[in-house]
Write a protein that binds this ligand. Structure first.
Ligand code: UD1
Ligand code: CA
Length: 465
């Protein structure tokens, strides 16, 4: 039979030291909310270890926001309410009081919402240690360079106890093995010891760490990769965690055949996918849920956000692609801005200083220089000259410009939408088009040129010497 485990994510604290109104579990690192990490890693651990589980987050400070986020993104995560932040033991009491099935799980795993670098392998190691040594409870510990602020581990003959920084004697403060805040316990053991915890300490808080006793069948499990246990308590640590996530992500991509030339200044969010053979230049930022194909080049300074870029495409320097789909073998930029809902078909080309928005460009379309293409559909193999503008907005509403396939649209022309141009049309340079054109039509809409011999003299002004 499957073993069962109740997972509690502590997310009720105020996070005062962050200095922002946003509740700490919802702060963003590597394109994800901090609380996403413990939830996802706990799930992975349970699936790998064949455990039947239920995840519950204890929320308190600004709980409407945290609960709302969880309800929309993690339908399978339950929440309970800690009314007042009276300490970590009080948070676990709230869990058992409100999550009625909590006591039925054989084991309880406790994680903090603010430790996004803990991975499922850490959870597995802790779990195996508990089972193989037949213990009642384990805490993950590490050696801290600067143990200030952490609970210190006091190893006894049999078990161990934890003394919080504020309560530690000078001698105890020298101990550098510290508590990470990650625990697995037999649920019976936790429930029994939880009852007895009081708030007789410097903080007048109910410390969960008091469930560990020197005479009990419990052990600290020391991990050597201390970096994985960093908690986000201040803006410095948020940056530290972000950089570590970035390092981990790029390390993984490199193992899968993605090339970076200076990964210390290249940024890839956690959920981004990149195919083998792709080259990512320095100062690139790949964000959100972007999916980059194989053999793609993303050149320096480009930002790709929540977009799909297909195989063999080149994004030239300093281009921005936002919530769009760029097909195979396309060239974009340099200095292009691809705004949301743009679809660029295979083998198309978008050149420098081109902006698109809600635009569908079919196969082989060229918009090579200095243009705005918004609310438009452009047919296969149509060539758009330099300085083209869709006049899509009348001050109140947006209108569509449709251009058929195989057209030639001369430079410096504008389309006043709504307007529809058929297939194989030719628009002369400098035209302002506001009437539909049938297939094969030619349109010219500009004033006629007059030349007046010698008259230039009158208009050319010479400066006095
Ligand atoms: C805690 C541990 C400490 C450990 C450190 C590791 C205790 C008493 N101390 O201290 O031994 O070294 O983590 O980072 O547990 N929370 C609630 N309700 C509360 C209080 C806290 O949900 O009433 C949540 C917080 O949101 C946070 C977590 O519990 O996610 C830890 O609380 P925090 O105040 O950060 O504890 P530390 O002082 O860091
Ligand atoms: Ca903390």
């Amino acid at each position: 039979m499957k073993k069962t485990i109740g997972i509690v994510i502590l997310a009720a604290g105020q996070g005062k030291r962050m200095g922002t109104d946003t509740p700490k579990p919802l702060l963003i690192a590597s394109g994800k909310r901090l609380i996403d990490f413990p939830i996802n890693e706990a799930k992975m651990f349970c699936e790998k270890s064949n455990l039947s589980f239920l995840i519950t987050a204890v929320t308190g400070h600004k709980r409407e926001l945290v609960n709302d986020y969880l309800a929309h993104n993690f339908q399978d995560v339950a929440t309970v309410f800690q009314k007042e932040q009276l300490g970590t033991a009080d948070a676990i009491r709230s869990y058992f009081d409100q999550q009625k099935s909590g006591k039925q799980y054989d084991y309880t795993l406790i994680l903090c919402a603010d430790t996004p670098l803990i991975r499922s392998i850490h959870l597995s190691f802790l779990w195996k240690s508990l089972l193989s040594q037949n213990l009642d409870a384990v805490a993950a510990t590490f050696i801290a360079d600067d143990p200030a602020g952490y609970g210190r581990i006091l190893r006894g003959e049999k078990g161990f106890k934890i003394v919080e920084h504020k309560d530690a004697t000078e001698e105890q403060k020298i101990i550098d093995e510290v508590n990470s805040g990650l625990y697995i316990m037999k649920t019976d053991y936790l429930v029994n010891h939880l009852e007895k915890i009081d708030a007789n300490n410097m903080s007048k808080e109910f410390y969960l760490t008091d469930v560990f006793k020197e005479e009990a069948n419990v052990a600290p499990i020391l991990f050597d990769d201390y970096k994985s246990f960093v908690g986000v308590n201040n803006p410095d640590q948020l940056e530290e965690v972000y950089l570590e996530l970035n390092y981990e992500k790029i390390y993984d991509l490199k193992k899968n055949g993605v090339f970076f030339y200076d990964s210390a200044c290249t940024y890839v969010d956690w959920d981004v996918e990149v195919g083998a053979g792709s080259i990512i230049y320095p100062q690139v930022s790949l964000r959100g849920k972007s999916v980059i194909g194989k053999n793609v080049v993303i050149d320096a300074g480009s930002i790709i956000k929540d977009s799909r870029i297909d195989d063999h495409t080149v994004i030239n320097p300093y281009s921005i692609v936002d919530k769009s789909h760029i097909g195979k073998s396309v060239a974009i930029g340099p200095f292009a801005r691809i705004r949301p809902d743009t679809e660029v078909g295979e083998s198309s080309k978008i050149g420098n200083f081109v902006e698109t928005k809600k635009a569908i460009l079919r196969k082989g379309v060229k918009v090579s220089h200095l243009s705005y293409v918004g609310d438009a559909i452009i047919g296969e193999d149509t060539n758009i000259g330099c300085g083209f503008i869709t006049c899509n907005y009348d001050g109140a509403n947006k209108h569509l410009t449709e251009i058929g396939k195989g057209c030639f649209i001369g430079s410096d022309s504008q389309m006043i939408a709504p307007v529809k141009i058929g297939d194989n049309c030719y628009v002369a340079s400098g035209s302002t088009i506001n009437k539909n054109m049938a297939d094969g039509d030619f349109a010219i809409a500009r004033s006629v040129q007059e030349n007046k011999p010698g008259l230039a003299r009158k208009f050319i002004k010479k400066k006095d010497k």
